[in-house]
Design a protein around this ligand. Structure first.
Ligand SMILES: Cc1ncc(COP(=O)(O)O)c(C=O)c1O
Length: 383
């Protein structure tokens, strides 16, 4: 079995075989866990097997990075201790004073990072509705180092046209990064659409079981920028620990099947809830009424497993509804096998643009009819 995969493999095969090979010393078919922080050097002080200190890289990061690069069809993947750490490395490798155009309703933690870097004079962010390609074009009239697109965005699930935006950034020498956390590499391939980088919070679908924090930057080309991101990880000490890499590798093996099942359930639930009298709106890119539906049909292989519901009776009813749900745990995060619900405005604080009647659902792997019955009962209780 070669460590390098042929590009023609399907995602299900890549998820299990890319970057993996039986351990040559023991014959173990599944990758062993290497907890050692330090590795032997020879008489010329050179690492005997390519590893020196686990903050810089270790066998378990190496294995999972190969699988992640293959799943996103990138040339280089670099894992981090969280999704935020991955994004931070991308931002901090930009030259001081760089202008960044970013999705206005991207994950609030990403905006917090950009605002923090702006307050310290490092970056100059401008937030735009990136589902409006003309707005991106207008923002690019000024020299810009990076365009950061989150699509679908969290939690409004807006869809940006990655291929059209890549046509704007490439001739200007502006780098295009996509936070693909909600779509996963199974649902969307930003690098194939022209993005230079794809960033995921591996805490979500990639990890898939709500038991590890992680992040990854996948680069289309293994260039100096990719090397700088890897170097930043070492400098900042943001490496993902061996056990978390091992857990992540184990989870990736089932990623395509988990994600597809979760997306199928989400489509079924969103379709069934659309038009419910207790809901002002069901926001889901798989619904024909969603403004980004046509674009999602072209750009995505699945519509994702996140649904945002706007409760007709408003904030109090939305908050009350979470208490009536039995199968959706009220908790932050998304992408695990268990379904979650969250009132995002409460989490994001007083300055949020997220409507206060909005509940964000992360659809898990429970039977969709059980989830639907749970939602119907909770909606009835607050109607
Ligand atoms: C879209 C998106 N990007 C990035 C992050 C940050 O990831 P992490 O929590 O792993 O740092 C999150 C977390 O919720 C997210 O939803």
């Amino acid at each position: 079995m070669s460590e390098h995969k042929p590009r023609s493999w399907y995602p299900e095969t890549l998820a299990i075989h890319a970057g993996r090979r039986p351990d040559p010393t023991t014959g173990a078919v599944m990758a062993p866990l290497h907890l050692s922080t330090t590795y032997l050097r020879d008489g010329a002080a050179q690492p005997v097997a390519g590893y020196s200190y686990s903050r810089d890289g270790h066998p378990n990061s190496h294995t999972v990075e190969a699988t992640l690069a293959a799943l996103d069809a990138g040339a280089d993947a670099c894992v981090f201790s969280s999704g935020v750490a991955a994004a931070q490395a991308v931002f901090e490798t930009l030259p001081r004073g760089s202008r960044v155009v970013a999705t206005a309703d991207s994950y609030y933690g990403t905006r917090r990072q950009l605002d923090d870097l702006a307050a310290r004079g490092w970056l100059e962010p401008e937030y735009v509705d990136t589902s409006d390609t003309d707005a991106v074009a207008r923002a690019l009239e000024r020299p810009t180092a990076l365009v950061w697109i989150e699509t679908p965005s969290n939690p409004m699930l807006r869809i940006a046209d990655l291929a059209a935006i890549a046509k704007l950034t490439a001739p200007r020498g502006t780098r295009l990064a996509c936070d693909g956390t909600l779509a996963t590499p199974i649902g969307q391939q930003p690098l194939a659409l022209g993005a230079d980088l794809v960033v995921h919070s591996a805490t979500k679908y990639l990890g898939g079981h709500s038991d590890l924090l992680g992040g990854v930057v996948v680069s289309r080309v293994a260039d100096d920028a990719a090397a700088a991101i890897r170097e930043r990880r070492s400098v900042a000490g943001a490496m993902l620990a061996p056990f978390d890499c091992w857990l992540l590798a184990r989870s990736l093996a089932t990623l395509p099947w988990r994600v597809r099942a979760q997306c199928d359930s989400a489509l079924r639930i969103a379709t069934a809830l659309e038009g419910h009298p207790a809901l002002r709106a069901v926001i889901y890119p798989g619904l024909a009424a969603h403004p980004g539906h046509a674009r999602a049909c072209v750009q995505m292989r699945t519509f994702g497993a996140m649904i945002s519901l706007r409760v007709a009776a408003g904030r109090t009813a939305a908050l009350a509804m979470t208490g009536h749900l039995e199968l959706f745990a009220t908790a932050t995060s998304l992408g695990g096998v268990e379904s979650l619900v969250e009132h995002r405005a409460s989490i994001e604080g007083p300055n949020t643009a997220t409507p206060d009647d909005l509940l964000r659902l992360s659809v898990g792997l429970e039977h969709p009819d059980d989830l639907l019955a749970d939602l119907h009962a909770a909606l009835e209780a607050v109607a």
